[in-house]
Write a protein that binds this ligand. Sequence first.
Ligand SMILES: *Cc1c(COP(=O)(O)O)cnc(C)c1O
Length: 355
Amino acid sequence: MSRFWSPVVHGLTPYVPGEQPKLNNLVKLNTNENPYGPSLRVLEALRAEAGDSLRLYPDPNSDRLKQAIGEYHGLDTANVFVGNGSDEVLAHTFQALLKHDLPILFPDISYSFYPVYCGLYGIDYTEIALTEQFAINVDDYMRPNGGIIFPNPNAPTGRAIPLADIERLLQANGESVVVIDEAYVDFGAESAAVLVKKYPQLLVVHTLSKSRSLAGLRVGYALGQPELIEALVRVKDSFNSYPLDRFAQAGAVAAMQDRAWFDNTCRKVMTSRDKLVADLSKLGFEVLPSAANFVFARHPQHDGAELTAKLRERSIIVRHFRKPARIAPFMRITVGTDVQCAALVDALKDILKPV
Ligand SMILES: *Cc1c(COP(=O)(O)O)cnc(C)c1O
């Protein structure tokens, strides 16, 4: 604790990201990265950007990227906001759109960055319990609120809700912003991007970190009507005029345009996920239905922390959350390549075999 700190800093509880180990030879299934490298067109675009132009500032508005994102979703550039990872887009969203008199609502089991942003910006929140089956029930969100945010599919459960439920929520909730964090939507859920033109209170947030294999480039975006986008731009331009560097902009344009790589890679991950779920079930695990690039699984006889530790001894890392207690039995396992998934399943077989 330093006497030099601004008072607010003493009260912050920062987000703890999943470990990025310095060791090689680990089977890394802990932070939901894509197991495949990005599109070769992205790499070409990055190489082309490595030149004299780096002495110049990048486009502060990322116009080419907004256009590529708009084209992908069938929306206008005025519907697009871009940021340095969707974490930054979310941070600006909390400050620009979710700070009102009433508390905002999000699930009790969800992306653990949400309460951190509330702490940073002084936003009140109420956590809404997931159902017994770890699902979001939108009826539980139909009450006065300062805003609503949840991931679809949810993290760390992997469970998705249908678009019809989101539309029902939008119809019941016209007075505050509804943010759908679609970090994992490309692995099997329905995107609410198609509702953006219809509902002025809807903001849909995407990242290129997972389905486009660019966690290292740091690009995310939000889709909404111009009134919402304008609020985000105001906050961004009061914070950092150039959040996306030249590499990020060039690489992200290429990533949005390479449909073939994207479709093929998402399909491969989903196929591996289905096999992983079947293999884990055979070992006695209960696996929540996943529409994401990870699965949330528990074994009736073994604790999540214990299994996570034993996997680690075998150089396989997965994520375990101690809180809330209801999810302590689970492990969150990123879908890797088939070879990585097989290594995980073999290690679990070994750990679970009767002694
Ligand atoms: C990974 C993730 C993000 C953040 O993605 P970045 O673009 O890498 O910052 C946002 N929301 C959820 C639910 C995530 O899992």
